[in-house]
Design a protein around this ligand. Structure first.
Ligand code: UDP
Length: 338
């Protein structure tokens, strides 16, 4: 299904790769609210067509340059937001080739198409998984990147690619390094849906709802106060609002042509797996059935943002990122989606 480009006449078009996925669909919602026309480009390999609610849909694979070039020519986007990616640490450890092809090679195709179309602004979804293990320290934009899994390595490679293409073609980028994204649209128009699901909060809510026998807690012998891994969770709506701010930052010329500016997106507050389970009890009023399992290969002990750059330079304020609100919004979406 595709819509006519005439819709683009009054609103600036943003090409959103992965707009049928979890974060991309939420981004389309806030882009539309901010006055842009989000055009989703998605292969539907991991995305869902019913999540494309806020603008036109163009189905296609990032490796298909002919299709990509046609979509750029049709919609003439002012910017690209690149969410489409494979993002499971466990899978990346088992099948690295899938990540180098599906993330790095696919992004190369997209970035080449972006440069060929003369689009000057690019917003990229990177990850705190590019840092690797840093022994308990908080992470900021200048922390050295030593990824310990192929997912993080693939995202770091794409960051490098953007810098090289920026220097050669004048492309300006905002690179967001996400910490752990959680929650759902409070209006429950869109939410988190992965097949298979691998993320902590949706798996936990499945267990609470009896759709899975139990949540497996991966590792209880980590060097943390309660033995479980620590992550910095950020509400998906806060996260995508940062993308609109990043886009405006680019459009206002605050990122020099040909350069990339990195922003960490986390709240600075770490939660252990046990603390997330505890918060869930308080929100849902139900027990979380739990089994204790071995560590998952590729997991860092602690990933917490120590950066204020997004707040200082973009004016970003993560307003919804309390653990209670993230679990509450995810729970509302979860119950609506069944
Ligand atoms: N986790 C867990 N059980 C699960 C899924 C995740 O204990 O079924 C843990 C995982 O080891 C990590 C944290 O929860 O410490 C967050 O994992 P998730 O997959 O949600 O995000 P990631 O940090 O890998 O991006």
């Amino acid at each position: 299904m595709s819509s006519t480009a005439s819709q683009a006449s009054t609103r600036a078009v943003v090409l959103v790769t992965g707009g049928a996925g979890y974060i991309g669909a939420h981004a389309c919602k806030v882009l539309k609210a901010a006055g842009f026309l989000p055009v989703t480009y998605d292969s539907l390999v991991t995305g869902w067509e019913e999540a494309v609610k806020f603008g036109p849909f163009e189905q296609g694979d990032l490796m298909d340059r002919v299709r990509l070039d046609a979509v750029f020519a049709k919609w003439k986007p002012v910017a690209v937001m690149h969410f489409a990616a494979l993002s499971q640490v466990g899978e990346a450890m088992r099948e690295p080739g899938k990540y180098w092809r599906g993330n790095v090679a696919a992004s190369l195709s997209l970035i080449e198409a972006t440069a060929a179309a003369g689009v000057e602004h690019f917003v990229f979804s990177s990850t705190c998984a590019t840092y690797g293990d840093h022994d308990g320290v908080t992470l900021d934009e200048d922390t050295p990147q030593h990824p310990i899994n192929s997912y993080g390595a693939s995202k770091r490679a794409i960051e490098d690619m953007l810098r090289d293409f920026g220097a050669a073609y004048g492309l300006s980028s905002v690179i967001f390094r996400y910490f752990n994204v959680a929650g759902a649209d409070p209006e429950a128009e869109v939410g988190e849906r992965h097949e298979p699901e691998t993320h902590l909060i949706p798996l936990m809510l499945d267990a609470v709802a009896g759709k899975r026998p139990a949540l497996s807690v991966f590792g209880t012998d980590y060097p943390t106060p309660d033995g479980t891994c620590i992550r910095d969770y950020v509400h998906v709506m806060d996260l995508v609002e940062a993308h609109v701010l990043g886009l405006r930052h680019l459009q206002a010329g605050r990122v020099a042509p040909g350069t990339a500016r990195v922003f960490c997106l986390g709240t600075g507050r770490g939660f252990s797996v046990r603390e997330v389970i505890e918060a869930s009890r308080a929100v849902t009023n139900r027990e979380v059935p739990v089994v204790y399992a071995d560590r998952r290969a590729g997991d860092a002990v602690k990933l917490v943002s120590g950066s204020g750059r997004a707040r200082d330079e973009l004016g970003w304020e993560p307003r919804r990122s309390s653990m209670e609100q993230m679990i509450g919004d995810a729970w509302r979406w979860h119950n609506r989606a069944v």
